[in-house]
Design a protein around this ligand. Structure first.
Ligand SMILES: Nc1ncnc2c1ncn2[C@@H]1O[C@H](COP(=O)(O)OP(=O)(O)OP(=O)(O)O)[C@@H](O)[C@H]1O
Ligand SMILES: [Mg+2]
Length: 609
């Protein structure tokens, strides 16, 4: 079956006659769960819990050991080619298939298996003690593994007495986020790591400065996340092969870098290395400002969007645990995850109409997120646009630059900093990502119904979130100490933007260093012969194609007659140039809210059953 055909079937949604009976039961359960969350009335789901479909598919799986990639401690400098940006070949999909088989999931192709979650976890052999004395989800006492090691966030945090199962899941999400949020020490280590590298960079190139962007500059990092940096200089000439190698060997000589890789031929040339004291992975790119601008935009989103940080961290961990977070293997990178969750919250009918408070309904929202992007989203036709002031759906037909030339079944997210850039174009393994989301929806809802039907006694020590996420690694405290230590990456990014006032793309150099210097003596490597700087590629002129007659339902992948739009609003009829205007955008969102409220389209589609 071709990608498009498969996708059409997938988009048929819950009303498709091909849906099996258990799935219908499952959908009914979900709807009830939502009602439960909204009305806060106690409901009994036991009647839906008789088909055994709730059994946790992960429970009997042995944890697979990550084969460490280049962690032999040896330093290496290697030339890597550009990461693939097109759809997966059958060969490139093979490792994940093998992994799925290793995990005995071959009888359950809907789910993507769990694996170890982060670099930090690869190194840790420690097992968290079973302080809560709880059982593994499902309560199989014969499990050979130490209990609770996969979901340590429930230690001493028992929510099993919650009347509403959805509230239990919300509280677990908050616990998970507190569990993996950084301690003072972790923030200090990141700060000092960056200071050391910045000082070294300034020693090597006095006209340059190092800035941090990515998850450290947005507070969206997991304990094992890398730090993304960029070096900008007043001469603007550091993005070339010679400079990359000079910096790599300079950092090695100063013992600031091990496991060094120079990737000079990629679209965005970088050097990658591990800082030996902190063991943090660092990526350094050169002479560009878009990441610094994106960090500011994302922090703005975080301020105005309750629940965004929580859901992003959960989805990040969810994908990391399945190795679906690495763009070079077709996974979904951190930036794409942020945009997906932001768009989801910005366009969620009940969030934008203030029907629900996001922070009090994280559980329901997580389930909705998995349902939307796992089951209902129309990947073939819909692109996602996120800007510094909101999100909207675009018709792919209107935005040719966001389309994948090889397949229509691809995630398309418009870069907030460049409307012609699809930031998720490298995520060619969207099929597995979608499957993983769909599987998580089923597992989470089934788990909710199972526990709702259980006695309070039987619930003790159980986890809902643990059905889809695990976290293994050094045991952590539940300390979110971000308010106790300044995150220097954020402070410096704010300074950067204050100094610049606004980003001028031609002038990328802004010095925000605090004057810290290292005293040690070093030898600056003689720079290799300079090559003429490559002329920057001119942006491709993109012609937006004619407006199509796609309806909101088509865009949402809910193209059914019953869901026909009552108010006739069709965003695809809006001229893209108009859509880009601030006023028009808020107008569109308003219209969109009305349409969504009237038809309550994807969220409430099942409540009709
Ligand atoms: N495809 C892309 N197009 C443009 N910019 C990108 C793209 N991918 C990443 N970036 C830039 O790099 C930054 C870091 O991206 P990354 O995917 O590492 O996310 P992250 O928030 O740092 O997550 P993680 O903690 O997983 O590393 C983004 O904030 C963005 O500025
Ligand atoms: Mg990053």
């Amino acid at each position: 079956m071709g990608a498009k055909e498969a996708s059409k079937n997938e988009r048929a949604g819950p009303k498709s006659s091909s849906k099996s009976k258990p799935l219908k039961n499952n959908q009914r359960r979900t709807k009830r769960l939502r009602k439960s969350s909204l009305s806060k009335a106690q409901r009994n789901f036991a009647v839906f819990n008789k088909d055994g479909a709730h059994i946790n598919k992960y429970e009997n799986l042995e944890l697979d050991n990550i084969e460490s990639e280049g962690d032999d401690g040896s330093e290496r400098t290697q030339e890597s080619s550009e990461a693939p940006t097109t759809e997966a070949t059958p060969e490139s999909e093979e490792p994940q298939k093998e992994q799925a088989q290793d995990n005995a999931l071959d009888d359950n192709q809907d789910y993507i298996s769990l694996s170890m979650s982060s670099e930090e976890e690869q190194e840790s052999e420690e097992e968290a003690p079973d302080e809560a004395g709880g059982e593994h989800p499902g309560g199989d006492a014969a499990q050979p593994r130490t209990l609770n090691t996969d979901y340590p966030w429930i230690l001493n945090h028992d929510h099993s007495k919650q009347r509403e199962i959805a509230d239990w899941l919300t509280l677990e999400i908050k616990d998970f986020v507190a569990y993996i949020s950084p301690s003072q020490e972790e923030i200090r280590v990141r700060n000092s790591t960056i200071s050391k590298i910045r000082n070294a960079v300034k020693d090597l190139w006095p006209d340059a400065d190092l800035h941090v962007f990515g998850s450290f500059a947005t507070d969206l990092y997991l304990p094992g996340s890398d730090i993304d940096c960029v070096i900008n200089s007043s001469s603007g000439d550091k993005e070339n092969r010679n400079c990359l190698y000079s910096l790599a060997s300079f950092l090695k000589r100063r013992k600031l870098a091990t496991q060094v890789e120079v990737i000079s031929k990629a679209r965005v040339p970088i050097i990658k290395f591990v800082e030996p004291i902190s063991q943090i992975h660092i990526d350094i790119s050169f002479e560009r400002v878009n990441g610094l601008e994106a960090a500011r935009v994302i922090r703005g989103w975080l301020k105005e969007t309750p629940g965004l940080r929580e859901l992003v961290l959960i989805v990040k961990q969810f994908l990391a645990a399945r190795r679906l977070n690495m763009v070079h293997t077709g996974g979904l990178g951190g930036f794409s995850i942020i945009c997906l969750v932001y768009a989801f919250l910005q366009l969620h009918p009940r969030v934008i109409s203030s029907d629900i408070d996001s922070m009090e309904n994280l559980g329901i929202l997580l389930i909705d997120f998995f349902e939307l992007y796992g089951k209902n989203f129309g990947y073939d036709h819909v692109a996602i646009s996120v800007t510094d002031s909101g999100a909207r759906y675009l018709s792919k037909e209107l935005y040719g630059s966001l389309q994948n030339p090889r397949t229509s079944f691809a995630l398309a997210i418009q870069d907030p900093g460049d409307k012609d850039n699809n930031i998720s174009r490298g995520s060619f393994n969207i099929r597995d990502i979608k499957k993983a989301f769909a599987g998580a929806f089923d597992l989470l809802t089934n788990r909710c119904f199972e526990l709702d039907a259980a006695t309070f006694k039987d619930r003790v020590g159980k986890s809902i979130l643990g059905n889809v996420i695990k976290y293994r690694g050094k045991q952590r405290d539940f300390k979110d100490e971000r308010n106790l230590v300044v995150n220097k990456a954020i402070a410096e990014n704010e300074t950067y933007h204050r100094k610049r006032g606004r980003i001028v793309h031609e002038e990328v150099f802004t010095d925000v260093s605090d004057g810290e210097k290292e005293d040690d003596i070093y030898t600056v490597e003689e720079p290799a012969k300079k090559k003429p700087k490559k002329a920057k590629k001119a942006k491709k002129a993109k012609k937006e194609t004619k407006a199509s007659s796609s309806s909101v339902d088509t865009l949402m992948g809910l193209d059914t007659q019953d869901d026909a739009d009552e108010d006739g609003y069709d965003p695809s009829n809006e001229a893209p140039s108009t859509l880009a205007l601030e006023d028009a955008r808020s107008d569109i969102r308003k219209k969109s809210v009305d349409a969504q409220t009237k038809r309550d389209y994807w969220l409430s589609k099942g409540q009709a059953l």
